[in-house]
Design a protein around this ligand. Structure first.
Ligand code: BG6
Length: 517
């Protein structure tokens, strides 16, 4: 991982826009450009373009940075610049500043073409060459595929035919791919073959944007920079772990992507299993990519599914109803959804980890749309003290100790433990102690995509999962998805609740309950 004490990158250019006191993202990308496929998509508009602007604003991209949009629109460079401006002014984190945008504007180019249009790829080659000549991008170019995986083969083969994938001496070419990395193990392997025929494995950057979140990286800081937690982070003390990723939104305009995919493939295969890996892995010998990835792979290899998938998984689909005072449609009534769709919008499952550290400690994962509120958290719930020297009536309100890593919103960490209620009796009740990012640090955390795009331009890979992790995650999930397809239709749940009854029954079978975050 990036050494945050280093003042500037070896190949980084001095940048007048950078605040020298800001030490959190201190490395500046060297001369380079990014070519973006899928630039008119939702992700580019809401996250990627604003992240590039915000990096520019924070002085972390070189002043000569080039950004090339590739797409079917009949746009000039000026039209593209207007589109980028609109996207950025609506979604920037750091605030819109005309002079910052002017710096970015100088490097904006647009190439019109479809993914199989060889002539357009020739044009792209010329544009990239022009950036090298006029803006000194030094032959360093990243290709960001924010497009459906079905289009990867075409784009990759065009990049190879036009020679865009090949770096000249001393420069680099990288490809960035967005999930979904396939829809099962076999398709993930096929997809990888396509990409790695054209780019070297070390030049492939797979985005899991959860790894770009400060609070997710903080799992490593919490566990491995302190003496306090690691001694109790194991089966002797931990009762179980709950990992929740709840969203209050529905699927909105994403039917084309979501229907037939569902929650397990959309977020459990990647985000939740990455959170599990970071929570459960052994200490890596360093935070270099190879060491970190090796530990994540080791723990993912040890994950086991329960034998009885009907009892230990749950699947749901939201029905129509009310959420926070607004009437909302059922999943089946959303635009573009098949009327008899059995795609799940809620998924929960129990996973076990067959290692000395975790034997007998279930990890419960749940995720869903249209739930009670937007919250992602990891709750490590501890066993009860083996003996309580109090009257049982005095500890009636005492729950289990817990450490909760609040990934978002309200980022921070909570500890729950028992404390004496003031008064003449020795009554003990749960209290919480909070660390909140907002209270302890003055600056807002960067967006995940800012961090990941910068790391990619710097060639710093620890926050990008490698293919083996992707495959291990599919290996875990494939049997669940197959079982569901054959035996388990999603159960209905009302918007604003915490999922279907079956999810609560699943935990009740183990004598436990889900947290209400
Ligand atoms: C994406 C999923 O990866 O993560 C979306 O495809 C989901 O379905 C999104 O809404 C949530 O991201 P975040 O950062 O808002 O938690």
């Amino acid at each position: 991982m990036t050494d945050t004490t280093t003042p500037s990158a070896p190949d980084g250019a001095a940048n007048p826009l950078r605040d020298p006191r800001d030490r959190r993202l201190p490395l500046i990308a060297g001369p380079s450009s990014m070519v973006m496929f899928g630039v008119t998509g939702d992700l580019a508009k809401k996250k990627l373009l604003p992240a590039i602007y915000d990096l520019t604003h924070r002085g972390l991209l070189p002043p000569s940075f080039g950004l090339v949009g590739y797409g079917r629109r009949d746009w000039s460079d000026e039209d593209f610049a207007q589109y980028v401006k609109e996207s950025v002014s609506a979604h920037t984190r750091t605030g819109f500043d005309e002079s910052v945008f002017e710096q970015l504007r100088g490097g904006l180019r647009f190439v019109e073409g479809t993914f199989d249009d060889s002539a357009a790829f020739e044009k792209l080659t010329e544009v990239v060459g022009e950036l090298d000549r006029t803006r000194g991008t030094g032959g360093n170019h990243a290709f960001y595929l924010s497009i459906p995986p079905a289009a990867f083969p075409q784009v990759c083969s065009q990049l190879a035919e036009s020679g865009l994938n090949t770096a000249q001496d001393g420069s680099w070419r990288r490809v960035v791919i967005e999930k979904p990395f396939g829809h099962d193990l076999a398709s993930a392997r096929e997809l990888n073959d396509v990409v790695e025929q054209v780019f070297r494995p070390e030049d492939v950057f797979r985005i899991d944007h959860y790894l770009g979140k400060e609070t997710v990286q903080n799992i490593l800081a919490l566990r491995f920079s302190n003496q306090l937690f690691e001694p109790i982070w194991n089966a002797s003390y931990v009762d179980h772990v709950q990992i929740t990723m709840a969203e209050d939104i529905g699927i909105g305009s994403r039917a084309g992507y979501y229907d037939g995919i569902g929650t397990a493939r959309d977020v459990i295969q990647n985000h939740l299993l990455q959170l599990l890996a970071l929570t459960a892995m052994e200490e890596p010998i360093s935070f270099e990519a190879a060491d970190l990835r090796a530990e994540k792979e080791k723990v993912l290899s040890a994950v086991q599914l329960p034998d009885d998938l009907a009892a230990h998984t749950a699947r749901g689909q939201y029905v129509g109803g009310w959420q926070g005072g607004t009437e909302v449609r059922s999943y089946l009534e959303e635009d573009g959804i098949e009327e008899d769709s059995t795609t799940e919008t809620f998924a929960a499952m129990r996973l076990d980890i067959a290692t000395r550290r975790w034997a007998g400690v279930p990890f419960y994962l749940r995720a869903g749309k249209r739930l009670g509120r937007r919250v992602t958290e990891i709750a490590v719930v501890f066993k009860r003290a083996p003996f309580l020297p109090f009257r049982s009536t005095d500890t009636a309100d005492l729950g289990q100790n817990a450490i909760v890593i609040r990934v978002q919103p309200d980022e921070g960490v909570t500890m729950r433990f028992g404390s004496k209620v003031p008064g003449t009796q020795m009554e003990v009740r749960d209290v919480t102690m909070d660390f909140a990012y907002g209270m302890n640090f003055t600056e807002e955390s960067p967006e995940a995509y800012e961090r990941l795009i910068l790391d990619m331009l710097l060639g710093d890979p620890p926050l990008f999962p490698r293919q083996k992790e992707v495959e291990l995650s599919w290996q875990i999930l494939d049997p669940v998805i197959e079982f569901w397809a054959e035996h388990l239709d999603p159960a209905p749940y009302r918007p604003g609740t915490w999922g279907p009854e079956t999810a609560h029954e699943m935990l009740a079978r183990d004598g436990r309950t889900w947290r209400r975050p």
